[in-house]
Design a protein around this ligand. Sequence first.
Ligand SMILES: [Zn+2]
Length: 346
Amino acid sequence: MPVGTQATVKGLSQRDLWDDLRARLILGNTYHLFLRPGHESIRRMGGLHKFMSWPGAILTDSGGFQVFSLSGLRRISEDGVLFQSHLNGDPHKFTPESTVDVQLAFGSDIAMVLDECPPYPVSHEFAREAMERTVRWARRQLVHFRRVAPDLPTRHALFPIVQGSMFPDLRRRCAEELVQLDADGYAVGGLSVGEPRPLSLDMAEATRDILPADRPRYAMGVGMPDELPEYVARGIDMMDCVLPSRNARNGWLFTSEGRVVIKHARYKEDPSPLDPNCSCYTCRNYSRAYLRHLFQAGEILYASLATRHNIQRYLDIMAQIRHSILLGSFPQFLGGVRGKVSDPLD
Ligand SMILES: [Zn+2]
């Protein structure tokens, strides 16, 4: 899922996403859209799909992750979380029920439960308390969701989120409790909070055999291109990450032949396309030399062309994975990727 934090994937139009990149599901951030322009405003504008003119599906997070990572002063209680807007310091409150209502006001096709996402590292006891609260909140939210959603003219799903920090026993317990809720899909959250990358994969592995195989499973906030098949190998169906779009803007491009840091002098007069194996608009029409020039000059077009390519690269990898699964050759695909895993900090 390309990430459209503020109801836009930065640098791309909805036509770019839908017609050219053929993205069908994008992510919006509840925390940001709740603060600005506000969920009631978006509801009055006909919902998020109409507001941003997006013909595809939308998944929204619950806002919990941003409350814990972005906002000032926050206080968690059984009732919810009090926080201050990072924009102007205004106090707000999210309760498990209110975040469901906010996401239904957006018209999100897939809504996420409010959860408590601990930083890394935390003690087993801290992680256990956060996980148990996450489970209690998820129960409340499913009850609320099942009371209000049937009256709506549109269909929605609400995914609970597996937490438990980096403790496999807590993650398994959490998943076992959440499976009782018989939800439409499940998420694995609390990853990408600063832990070593292999640990994130171990946490996805921990609940692989507990989450139901016939429901989509969503790993939140991952990962590097080489990690996508690793998550799929651990039973994950859906992922979102700001890396392709954010790194594109910062001059870091993902290609089928590895990483390209476009500002490097070696690309100054390189007439070749960014990625000879990519069919995106950027690669079909422009040279590395031109992209480097736009980047160095701080031109807006650079961000647009670079983002377009990086998202195409991610969608291509997922398409290759799906294709190999259908052909029964996913193990070979995975082996090929593992042979050339690159260090993300390289
Ligand atoms: Zn491309």
